[in-house]
Design a protein around this ligand. Structure first.
Ligand SMILES: Nc1ncnc2c1ncn2[C@@H]1O[C@H](COP(=O)(O)OP(=O)(O)O)[C@@H](O)[C@H]1O
Ligand SMILES: [Mg+2]
Length: 248
């Protein structure tokens, strides 16, 4: 579903991704962890071509990405409907209800009828546990509820891949579980996902593989039983050791 080959990305003179190579099979859930500034967000943004890159190639959900694509390139249009992304900040449109946020892209991009888009949106709201909040505006929802609407909005495009960049980091602890539960259900339903997260329980119990990203490269890539329980690199040992010490 995803193949990344020798991906390099610079910001000015600084090399942010230094030759990332990796593959992800359909239905896998990859938990991405690692120290701040290591390049996790940059990698996700390259996968969705929110940022271009300097060298290498990405194949994702049938789209082939290379350096220097124009923003109007048809391959990017296809990419955006096949790859959904959810950020730390929910970025819902404040003047639209939950239903309005979720139906916007299907109605404009896929030219779905209002009735069809709303029926699909209501089903998605039920799936994320918010069947009764279709008419609520973002300011009437908690952070966790807003993030679940954002997930439903991404799913409305019927993506083949979902990318999550620290989806619970802006939330109070008591709201994180509801959001992680939705992501867990997606994993069980076979969605292909990359999830940047500090939730070690998720990485350990749900992910098919864990990537430790450090200084622009994948320092470790393996099943959680290997990477989390028996890390080989100092960065992974340090990272998981620190998480364990700070978790109750
Ligand atoms: N727009 C930018 N301009 C310059 N440097 C950037 C920019 N975005 C990210 N960086 C740098 O790239 C590196 C990787 O950042 P990022 O991908 O956000 O890391 P992570 O998500 O792992 O914390 C950091 O050193 C960061 O300062
Ligand atoms: Mg980041």
């Amino acid at each position: 579903m995803i193949s990344v080959r020798s991906l390099c990305k610079r910001h000015g003179a600084r090399e942010v991704l230094t030759g990332v190579t990796a593959t992800v099979e359909r239905g896998e859930t990859i938990a991405i962890v690692g120290p701040s500034g290591g390049g996790k967000s940059t990698l996700l943004r390259c996968l969705n071509y929110l940022e271009g890159f300097d060298a290498g190639e990405i194949e994702i959900a049938g789209a082939t990405l290379v350096p220097g694509l124009a923003s109007a390139d048809p391959v990017l249009r296809r990419l955006r409907s096949r790859v959904g992304m959810v950020f730390q900040q929910f970025n819902l449109f404040p003047h639209l209800t939950a239903l309005g946020n979720i139906t916007l892209a299907p109605r404009i991009v896929k030219r779905a009828s209002r009735a069809a888009a709303e029926a699909a949106a209501r089903a998605l709201l039920a799936r994320v546990g918010l069947a009764d909040r279709a008419g609520s505006y973002p300011h009437e929802l908690s952070g966790g509820q807003q993030q679940r609407v954002a997930i439903a909005r991404a799913l409305a495009q019927e993506p083949e891949v979902m990318l999550f960049d620290e989806p619970t980091s802006a939330l109070d602890p008591e709201m994180r579980d509801d959001v992680m539960e939705v992501i867990r259900d997606l994993a069980k339903a076979g969605m292909t996902m990359l999830v940047v997260t500090h939730e070690m329980q998720f990485a350990h119990d749900i992910a098919s593989r864990v990537w430790v990203i450090d200084r622009g490269t994948i320092a470790e890539d393996g099943p959680p039983a290997q990477v989390v329980d028996e890390p080989r690199t100092d960065v992974a040992r340090e990272f998981f050791g620190r998480i364990r010490r700070t978790s109750p």
